[in-house]
Design a protein around this ligand. Sequence first.
Ligand code: NAD
Ligand code: MG
Length: 394
Amino acid sequence: MSGLQRITVLGATGSIGLSTLDVIARHPDRYEVFALTGFSRLAELQALSRVHRPRFVVVPDEVSAQALQAALRSDGLSCEVLVGEQGLCAVAEHADVDAVMAAIVGAAGLKPTLAAVRAGKKVLLANKEALVMSGALFMQAVRDSGATLLPIDSEHNAIFQCLPQDYARGLAQVGVRRVLLTASGGPFRETPLADLELVTPEQACAHPNWSMGRKISVDSASMMNKGLELIEACWLFDAAPAQIEVVIHRQSVIHSLVDYIDGSVLAQMGNPDMRTPIAHALAWPQRIDSGVAPLDLFAVGRLDFQRPDEQRFPCLRLAREAAQVGGTAPAVLNAANEVAVEAFLQRRIRFTDIARMIESVLNRQASQTVQALDVVLAADIQARELARQWLASH
Ligand code: NAD
Ligand code: MG
């Protein structure tokens, strides 16, 4: 047996997936790619397979599987192509896998990420929607299986780095007063409120500091991303929503902070490049080179902080309310948001309709207690249906 850690990268063709493969490729002495998965960019998936030579590749349907299998054979590769959600779960829970990067976007990542958790893997969590949807069940599965859950979201990775190792005893027990979750404020931080009605998907996706997939870019522009991250932080660190304060910090150099009762405030800083949290989580508790340039404080010059304006960013309020309500409310929020963002990207609704649509769905769908995953999945389906009804009537 080699001493290499075998890694499955769910969502390998995306922004986080590619950054993960970049870090992995820098450390052939430590890591080996076990499986890659993709959804639409299958030519890219083939190219990645040539470079990383995984044992398995997963695609969404049989037709793509046959085409890719033939193409990989003619490249002289022996990897096996699996299909659909079953294939995703198989490569997430496979006995030979050491770590799983969960980097599928949205609810589509829930089952494979949970499969990795239930199999007790080291799970590198980028797919925040999975945890937002299934919160208590997800964390219970982590405890039951003994999985190691490491946050990839830069803010949560920062918080993790600023907390003591025994933070699971409880934030109050380890002397934490509150967690400060930083946000860049996105591209519309200073856009006149009246102009928000007219912003385009291109403007929403042009994030000032980070280069990311389209869905999370729109979420950053609406600050729903910070709302989802607030819920994510509550679950990861067993915090109440009131213990988490969102701070707009436009330089995206401080990735989040932890405020302790003795007045100490610990921050994690670095250039805005996801390879830092990815390398941190891959090697934890060790440190490895990520390829990220050292932070040049003289070039940064200054750090600004501002309170978020909930009139400008109603999604942040909606997420905080959903976190407080609990039960299926966060899953409903997430599902309505996914439909709204997709509709905005297709130019079917305005940017400002995103929050209107989510609020309408949340008002129409009562939160239920979550005893099992089926309840979450049913709430997700119902919320998408209500969101589509809203679309049809506007
Ligand atoms: P992306 O759109 O660039 O990539 C998404 C990946 O998911 C792709 O590989 C795609 O093929 C796959 N995918 C999409 N729909 C799928 C489906 N139905 N079934 C299976 N696979 C599917 O997104 P991203 O920016 O890499 O974000 C991925 C996740 O990481 C998201 O949950 C996002 O919130 C989170 N995240 C991203 C960043 C970032 O900087 N990009 C930072 C923090 C957290
Ligand atoms: Mg983030």
